[in-house]
Design a protein around this ligand. Sequence first.
Ligand SMILES: [Mg+2]
Length: 304
Amino acid sequence: MLSTTSMPPAFSKRLFVFDFDWTLIEADSDHWVFEHLCKELYQEQLEAVGKVQWTDLQQRLLGELFDRGVSRDDIEKTLSQVPFAPEMIEALQLMKSQGAELYILSDANTIYINTVLKAYDIDHLFTGVITNPAEFDKRGRLNVVRFHGLDQPPHNCPLPCQPNLCKGQVLQKLIDAQTWQQVIYMGDSTNDFCPSTRLDTNDIVLARRGLLLEKEITERPELVHANVVYWNDATDVLRATEAILFNTLSSSSSSSSSSSMSATTTAASSTSSLLIDVSSSKAAEVLSPVESSDSRLHAQAVRA
Ligand SMILES: [Mg+2]
């Protein structure tokens, strides 16, 4: 059962915070742009994975993209075609309709994320987008800079965060800003682990099945106090959203093999008491679509 020992005020809201690449969208936006606009630079990007600071690499490659004649319009049109599952949008709309606050916390950039959100007409659902700042200059060259700039002292996070962004520190500020009924963090990758450790026992981590966030949670479960819900696709997320918002996650019933949503076992840490597996009973044998694409390269980059 979810803890009832520290009930929040009745008026408090839920806080949902999302990673973007391979979490809200079915792609890595940094890869998507170059893959569709310049194969040569895309190859260069792939070869640089793990060798160069990622934001700095994007800034350099975007300059080369501009030099090759790719326009602002080209970039925006390409971003508008990023796959965004209808069930994910339905889940976001449901969260908002139930009074939750929604934030994106990503290692992509403001232009990519805002362009995609506007293309799907869902930008109004989010209270904030926290990511690397970006803007087009007057010529149409896109510039992106690190969220945590080199002009600041290092954030010194001991967990696997990138030097340009400790998602945990940012999430902590959101958590501390007001009293929340519950905090839900959703992600897929290594740098989603730090924010996952910031949640409390009443909170929920929505971790994408089979990717690096699951690996981190499995290897260091003692650092995750929240309940962990694993998901494969947007349909799973929609199911989980309904369960969270309408409090059916508090079920302590035993597993039902015929049900696609089973509230069954223990959470990541020994102090938590709930893990909901919203993925189907076939989850273990069904690879997520992202497993077969660039997520492995994405994983090597150890970024969102
Ligand atoms: Mg991601």
